[in-house]
Design a protein around this ligand. Structure first.
Ligand SMILES: [Cu+2]
Length: 340
């Protein structure tokens, strides 16, 4: 087996085991249920594309394993969310769910969780709340992009194919959570130093990873390379319409650009759009911006001769976000779109 085949084979094996934290799997129910999840607020370091080790905090699945972003939660309207958050760190933290719709409590929160303490949320999901949400820490303005964030998907009751009642339908769904990292901030938090008043990002991630071009260390490794990460990569055949739940935890606005197909643009910052536009680039607002769109997996309309398979990128059309360490091009927020 040559190196390329080996990387493909090992990638496929890992994709299977990681699927539980990647592509959202969902079986609708006719009855409500209680969805329970425990997160551990922890910390650790991760190597950036230029080899620099950077400090992060996360809502981990275990006491010590960093999870960037947190493992997503999926539930349906009518369910009760029962979330337990254990703070393993020395600072006070919390866990809030941003932007549940009007008529709900505007912000579901554990309240402050002191060092070593446990916080809980017990929240009945009302009808009409179907959509995509970010949960995060807002004890400080920066804990969110230090890594304490994740996605919550609320499905319409009984549906596995719609974002909201009457929406265009999809077959698969996943989160794309974008973040921007200024190591000066992360280092200051790690060292308990003075928090910088400026923010100059050097690294850009999708679901906690940045991409690696061919030949770079980690290329093709789904635990390192965002192009191969099953949590991010779009892989489908013609007709495998995929819902993209796009969240921006970072401080930079972005231009999300897909190749081969335009996206069907369903929502903007939590509001259902009055008509569905087809766009190849979508403006993603900074600081909790969010978009839902469907990647239709239609035959690429501009290909000549016509094709139904191939490999294409999703990248951000703001050029800074394709770099790392201030200039390493193609080490930024990208992933692969694979027509199989
Ligand atoms: Cu492009």
């Amino acid at each position: 087996m040559d190196r390329r085949s080996f990387l493909k084979a090992s990638g496929a094996g890992l994709a299977t085991t990681l699927m539980g934290t990647g592509m959202l799997s969902w079986t609708p129910r006719s009855e409500a249920a209680t969805i329970s999840k425990t997160y551990y607020i922890n910390d650790g370091t991760r190597a950036m594309p230029d080899g620099v080790s950077v400090y992060f905090k996360s809502y981990g699945d275990s006491a010590t394993a960093l999870s960037l972003p947190a493992t997503p939660i999926i539930c349906q309207e009518g369910d009760t969310l029962s979330i337990t958050v254990i703070n393993r760190l020395l600072k006070t933290h919390n866990f809030v769910i941003g932007g549940l719709k009007a008529g709900d409590p505007p912000l579901a929160s554990t309240g402050n969780i002191a060092s070593g303490a446990t916080g809980t949320i017990n929240l009945a999901i009302p009808s009409g709340a179907a959509g995509s949400y970010m949960f995060y820490d807002n004890v400080t303005g920066y804990n969110r992009f230090l890594g304490l964030h994740g996605g919550l998907a609320i499905m319409p009751s009984g549906s596995s194919t719609t974002l909201y009642s009457g929406s265009p339908t999809f077959k698969k769904q996943l989160f794309w959570i974008f973040n921007d990292i200024d190591p000066a901030l992360n280092n200051a938090v790690q060292l308990n130093g003075t928090i910088p008043t400026t923010f100059t990002p050097r690294y850009f991630t999708i679901n906690g990873l940045s991409s690696r071009p061919p030949g770079a260390s980690g290329f093709g490794d789904p635990t390192i390379d965002a192009m191969a990460d099953p949590r991010s990569k779009l892989s489908g055949s013609i007709g495998d319409r995929t819902l993209l739940r796009i969240l921006n935890t970072g401080m930079c606005s972005h231009s999300v650009h897909t190749h081969a197909n335009h996206m069907e643009w369903l929502t903007n910052n939590g509001v259902v759009r009055s008509s569905v536009w087809k766009k190849d680039s979508l403006y993603l607002r900074n600081n909790l911006g969010k978009i839902d769109s469907i990647y239709p997996f239609s035959p690429p309309p501009d290909a000549y001769p016509a094709v139904t398979t191939g490999h294409f990128p999703m990248h951000l059309h703001d050029e800074m976000s394709q770099t790392a360490g201030g200039g390493l091009y193609q080490f930024g927020s990208m992933t692969e779109i694979e027509f199989i």
